[in-house]
Design a protein around this ligand. Structure first.
Ligand SMILES: NC(=O)c1ccc[n+]([C@@H]2O[C@H](COP(=O)([O-])OP(=O)(O)OC[C@H]3O[C@@H](n4cnc5c(N)ncnc54)[C@H](OP(=O)(O)O)[C@@H]3O)[C@@H](O)[C@H]2O)c1
Length: 233
């Protein structure tokens, strides 16, 4: 019988606020070691402290190449591998914006944090993921990234989430050769700063993401999921 893999090493970006700390909490509860990464050092430290000895804090601005490189070196020194990378950090939910008149700085910002940064992180951690156990990249996406359902709602954000979905397909294909799974997972509408009031509780939104981290082989690599079910691309 194979050994349980509940002590895998998982890095969660955006670990200081919103869904990130809850994803980290559920993973620690399941026995994993969690690298709580946040650009605000104090927020990362606060989350890690709350989660106890199976969590440690890392200062990481996902848009900063030097910060990403330093993160890779820190994880390498401590573990020599990474089993799961959760690209959770995101910005610019531009509800109510009109794509015809929108400030393109907002579009650019969404692209840099929501697409380019996960791309950069996946590149940077590829070597450590290759050394990982049941390695997986989980790209936190949104139902608004579904091209088949897409309209003008939240244009910069929606286009960026379609972008991270495309990134998921591209990397799922490229990393098959290394045995690394890549999935896009939506938490559904969740009551965080981004989601606002009325969404599902944060614990519920995090559960479907945690399930994919824990059991990446339960779906074909390159899946788009919410609560374990496939979402139309
Ligand atoms: N909430 C929803 O209804 C919903 C629905 C579908 C998908 N999602 C997705 O779920 C994920 C988490 O969203 P959320 O609701 O938790 O959003 P949130 O409450 O707005 O939190 C966003 C997180 O991303 C971090 N972040 C932003 N830019 C960063 C950067 N450059 N470097 C490092 N961290 C950065 C923030 O850190 P700071 O505190 O430093 O700003 C914060 O921790 C996102 O990918 C989002 O698109 C959310």
């Amino acid at each position: 019988m194979s050994a349980p893999n509940d002590d895998r090493v998982v890095l969660v970006t955006g670990g200081g606020r919103g869904l990130g700390p809850e994803i980290a909490r559920q993973l620690v509860e399941a026995g994993h070691v969690v690298v709580v990464a946040a650009r605000d050092a104090q927020a990362a430290a606060a989350t890690a402290k709350e989660l106890g000895e199976r969590a440690w804090a890392l200062t990481l601005d996902v848009t900063d190449p030097e910060s990403v490189q330093a993160a890779v070196e820190a994880v390498d020194r401590r573990h020599g591998r990474l089993d799961a990378l959760v690209n959770n950090a995101a910005v610019n939910f531009d509800a109510g914006a009109d794509p015809v008149t929108e400030d393109l700085e907002i579009v650019d910002g969404a692209w840099r944090t929501n697409v380019l940064a996960p791309w950069r992180l996946t590149q940077a951690f590829a070597r450590l993921l290759r050394a990982g156990r049941e390695p997986v990249v989980v790209n936190v996406t949104s139902g608004l990234g579904s091209l088949t359902r897409m309209g003008a709602t939240s244009p910069a954000y929606s286009v960026s989430k379609a972008g991270i979905n495309a990134l998921t397909r591209v990397f799922a294909d490229a990393l098959t050769r290394d045995g690394i799974a890549v999935h896009a997972v939506s938490p559904g509408w969740t009551a965080t700063d981004m989601g606002g009031a009325g969404g599902r509780p944060v614990a519920e939104g995090a559960t479907g993401i945690v399930a994919v981290v824990r059991s990446p082989g339960s779906w074909p690599s390159g899946s788009f999921l919410q609560d374990g079910e496939h979402v139309p691309w």
